[in-house]
Design a protein around this ligand. Structure first.
Ligand code: PMP
Length: 355
C-alpha cells in the first residue's frame, strides 16, 4: 500500500479469489467453473465479423441480450439488468441500496465478497450465523429490517432454500431489498425469478460463469421490478456504461440460444456430484447435501488445510478457508467424471499415507 491510498480504504480487506495458477496444469476443482467448453453456437458467434466490429463500442443498453433473457424468463426487457459478472451486480447492489439507515444482512458463512462490498462502502452489515449443520433458517431473516443478500444455493455449503422460504423473507421485509444470488441455481435448486413479478423488493441475480461455461467472458444479470432495475442503471451509467464487451454480449446471446446443450451438461454434473458424494461416504467423509456444482466435505481424520495442501501437491486444486467455523472443510467443485475419479484416487492415496 502506498501513502497515497485514500483513508477510506486503508483498513479495507480485499476479496481473495480462488487460485488461477498459470504455471502447471492442475485438476481445477477450486473455483466452481464448468469443466465443459461453451456451446458450439458460442464458438460460431465469436467470429471474424464480430472481431471486426471491435473498433466500435458495444450497445450500452445491451438490447439484444436483454431481449433474449426477457423472453427466456417470461419477463419484460425493463426487468433485466446486465452486469460484468454477477460480482459487478453485487457491487452495484450494495452501492445502490445500502446506507447507514439501510444496512445489509447476509449469512455469516456465505460468499466472501458480500462483507467486502459492504466494507468498501463503509456500510454497517450483519453477518447472521447459520444454524447447526450450516442450515440457513429463514426465520432469522423474517422482518429483519435490513437489505438482505442470500446465495441460493448457498456457497460454500451447497445447501438450498425452497421458493416458499424465500417468499416468506421477501414478504416480511417490504421496505428492504432482498437479493437472491442464484449463481448455482441450475444444478438442482428452484429459481425464485417467478416471484419477481409479485414483489417490488426482490432482485434475483444469476451468472453465465457456472452452468453456461462462460466464467472467462464475465457476464451476469439481475431480474426484478423495473424500479429496482432503474436504480441499478443509474449506478451503472455513473460507473461504466459499456460494462459488457461486444464479444461477451455475442457469446451470451448464443449461450441463451443453446440451452439444451447446457441442460445436458448440468445433468452430467449432477450425476458426477452423486457419484463423488457416495465414493467420499465410503471413505468416511462427511459431505453436506448439495444442490450446487460443488460439495462441502470433511474428513474425520485429515484437517481441511492438510487435505487442501496434500491434494495440491498431487495436482488437484480444491478450496479451503482458514476460518474458525469452516477450517475442517474443503469445497470441491464437481468437474468431469475423469477429474472426479482422479480426485478420489488422490484422496485414497492421502488416506493411505496418513494411516
Ligand atoms: N455469487 C456467488 C455465490 C459465487 O460463488 C460467485 C462466484 N465466485 C459469484 C456470485 C460471482 O460470479 P461471477 O462474477 O463470475 O458471475
Amino acid at each position: 500500500m502506498s501513502r497515497f491510498i485514500s483513508q477510506r480504504f486503508t483498513n479495507l480487506e480485499a476479496y481473495v479469489p480462488g487460485e488461477q495458477p498459470q504455471d502447471k496444469r492442475y485438476i481445477k476443482l477450486n473455483t466452481n467453473e464448468s469443466p465443459f467448453p461453451p456451446s458450439p453456437e458460442v464458438f460460431a458467434a465469436i467470429n471474424a465479423q464480430e472481431v471486426e466490429k471491435l473498433n466500435l463500442y458495444p450497445d450500452p443498453e445491451g438490447r439484444v441480450l436483454r431481449q433474449r433473457l426477457a423472453q427466456f424468463y417470461g419477463v419484460g426487457m425493463e426487468n433485466v439488468f446486465l452486469a460484468n459478472g454477477s460480482d459487478e451486480l453485487l457491487n452495484f447492489f450494495f452501492m445502490a441500496f445500502c446506507d447507514e439507515s439501510r444496512p445489509a444482512a447476509f449469512p455469516a458463512v456465505s460468499y466472501g465478497f458480500y462483507p467486502v462490498y459492504a466494507s468498501l462502502y463503509g456500510l454497517p452489515h450483519d453477518a447472521v450465523p447459520l444454524r447447526e449443520g450450516f442450515v440457513l433458517d429463514p426465520a432469522d431473516y423474517c422482518a429483519i429490517g435490513k437489505n438482505i443478500v442470500i446465495a441460493n444455493p448457498n456457497a460454500p455449503t451447497g445447501r438450498a432454500l425452497g421458493v416458499e422460504d424465500i417468499e416468506k423473507i421477501v414478504r416480511t421485509n417490504p421496505d428492504h431489498v432482498v437479493l437472491i444470488d442464484e449463481a448455482y441455481i441450475n444444478f438442482g435448486g428452484e429459481s425464485c425469478i417467478p416471484l419477481t413479478g409479485k414483489y417490488k423488493n426482490l432482485l434475483v441475480c444469476q451468472t453465465f460463469s457456472k452452468f453456461r461455461s462462460l466464467a472467462g467472458g464475465r457476464l451476469g444479470y439481475a431480474i426484478g421490478d423495473s424500479g429496482l432495475i432503474q436504480d441499478l442503471e443509474k449506478i451503472r451509467y455513473s460507473t461504466n456504461s459499456y460494462n459488457i464487451n461486444r464479444l461477451t454480449m455475442a457469446a451470451g446471446i448464443a449461450a441463451i440460444d443453446s440451452n439444451d446443450y447446457y441442460e445436458k451438461n448440468g445433468r452430467i454434473i449432477q450425476e458426477n456430484r452423486a457419484y463423488t458424494i457416495s465414493e467420499l461416504d465410503k471413505l468416511g467423509f462427511e459431505t453436506l447435501p448439495s444442490q450446487a456444482n460443488f460439495i462441502f466435505t470433511r474428513s474425520p481424520r485429515i484437517p481441511g488445510g492438510t487435505l487442501y495442501r496434500s491434494l495440491k501437491a498431487r495436482g488437484v486444486l480444491v478450496r479451503h478457508w482458514d476460518k474458525p467455523d469452516i477450517a475442517d472443510w474443503c469445497r470441491v467443485t464437481i468437474g468431469a467424471r475423469n477429474e472426479m475419479e482422479i480426485f478420489l484416487e488422490k484422496i485414497r492415496e492421502i488416506l493411505e499415507e496418513a494411516k
